[in-house]
Design a protein around this ligand. Structure first.
Ligand code: SF4
Length: 453
């Protein structure tokens, strides 16, 4: 057991996040000024007014103790590209940003270069959001089954129960649309996610999109995404509905192309259904098809992951997001094996490195990146796109420089205040039954905290 005492530190959480990159929770104990006496051999670190300095001292001590060299250095936040943007705004040179990331945050050169490249890609291709523009998110919290690693609001219900939810959701869509028009807010990107929106029947999907089209000012809309995540929920009829309403981007999420893994992680579809879904999407001429893959799934080796990636590229995804498996709170995986992510970090890193080589080799560019806690090797999720078939909404939500209006159960609206460069959260309840019961209160929350200006 490694004992470390943090002197003059009240909140140990940011430091513990760093320690966890090196050691299992059972391998260390953190003490503060309130703990006296401390066990013999406890290493003492003192806070001297600079959080990053203390983190660097901790990092070096842990490298020495464990031999590990986490590539993200002392950076534990989930939005490193946003950090690169803020530094660039201050320093005005990517070279300076890179050097600062390496010196202050101890980032490995490759990671510093990566986030600078992504920042530059975003700056060149997307620019800044307009002051009167917002992103709109609509949540459909239903899926055919629940995945092993899922921590989202996902319920398994039939069409009648889903219809009850939609009735409440339509109220919120109409309300938000009317308020936005009154406030002069224009939708720049629209994202219908969940859950799996294509769990809805053809008619429900038609009604949903008809409500959206009627309610919002879409004159400035640049992107409309519908997550069709589960290949087994996709039909030619549903794709026709999406196409008719001008949906230009869908997600078909194989996660893996190995049936044995799909069964292990509790997904109810096969790799063959993924192939068919891609064929249908191409036939429907949906311009941007995103595919999510997960590195580090139980039982998979780097060659398995590579084979999935190769197949997805052959199927013609022009937008690929490479995730690393995260053991999240409230997932079944956490209940079964809460330390799963501490195993095989090297294997997961190998998967990500091979994926980056393959994708870049085939002309895909990394366009957005975020990190999650509790992943193997504390790695990152990267969105790659070919021919600029990117995901605008994904970038905007990570930038945190635009309001995102989130509708439906589990939606968290983020109101952006540019003068102070800060966000205020206005959450809806995440349980869909409570959402239905308390829909008036959800509208009131938005009226008070979002549309009062
Ligand atoms: S498809 Fe997504 S939202 Fe649905 S159960 Fe799986 S992880 Fe959760």
């Amino acid at each position: 057991m490694y004992g470390l005492k943090l002197r003059s530190v009240e909140n140990t959480n940011p430091y513990e996040e760093l320690v966890k990159l090196f050691l299992l929770p059972s391998q260390y104990q953190i003490f503060t000024d309130h703990d006296e006496p401390v066990p013999e051999g406890t290493e003492i670190f003192s806070y001297q007014g600079d959080k990053d300095l203390l983190k660097r001292q901790l990092y070096h001590a842990l490298v020495q103790r464990t031999g590990k060299h986490p590539k993200w250095g002392i950076l534990t936040g989930i939005r490193p590209v946003k950090l690169a943007r803020d530094l660039y705004d201050r320093m005005g040179s990517l070279e300076k940003v890179r050097a600062y990331l390496e010196e202050t945050y101890l980032l490995e050169t490759g990671k510093a270069r990566l986030i600078c490249d992504i920042h530059q890609y975003q700056r060149q291709n997307l620019g800044q959001p307009k002051a009167d523009s917002v992103g709109v998110y609509i949540g459909i919290p239903f899926c055919p089954t629940r995945c092993l690693y899922c921590s989202f609001t996902s319920n398994q219900k039939g069409p009648e129960e889903i219809q009850r939810y939609l009735s409440a959701l339509f109220q919120e869509i109409q309300f938000a649309g009317a308020q936005m028009k009154e406030s002069g807010l224009k939708t720049e990107s629209l994202y219908i996610g969940g859950g799996t929106p294509t769990t809805l029947t053809d008619q429900q999907l038609t009604d949903l999109l008809a409500h959206v089209t009627r309610s919002f000012d879409l004159s400035q809309l640049k992107e409309c995404t519908v997550e069709a995540g589960r290949p087994d929920t996709i039909t030619p009829e549903k794709l026709e509905v999406l196409k008719a309403f001008g949906v230009g981007r869908i997600s078909i999420n194989p996660q893996t192309m190995h049936d044995v893994t799909l069964e292990r992680i509790g997904r109810s579809h096969t790799a063959e259904q993924t192939r068919q879904a891609f064929q249908m999407a191409h036939k429907a001429e949906i311009p941007v098809i995103n595919a999510d893959l997960i590195a580090g799934l139980p039982g998979e080796e780097p060659d398995d992951f590579q084979a999935s990636l190769d197949q997805v590229l052959e199927l013609g995804a022009n937008n690929v997001t490479v995730h690393t498996l995260a053991v999240k709170r409230s997932s079944r995986l956490k209940e079964l094996d809460e330390n799963f992510h501490y195993r095989q970090p090297e294997q997961t890193e190998e998967m990500l490195e091979r994926a980056a080589d393959t994708l870049r080799g085939k002309g895909y560019e990394p366009y957005y990146l975020y990190r999650q806690k509790h992943t193997a090797g504390s790695t990152e999720n990267i969105g790659y796109c070919k021919d600029d078939a990117l995901g605008l909404y994904n970038v905007r939500i990570m930038e945190e420089a635009q309001s995102i209006i989130a509708l439906g159960a589990g939606g968290i609206t983020k109101v952006y205040y540019p003068a102070e460069n800060r966000l205020e959260r206005v959450p809806n309840v995440s349980n869909y039954e409570i959402y239905i019961e308390r829909i008036e209160e959800m509208l009131e929350r938005k009226r008070r905290n979002l549309f009062r200006r």
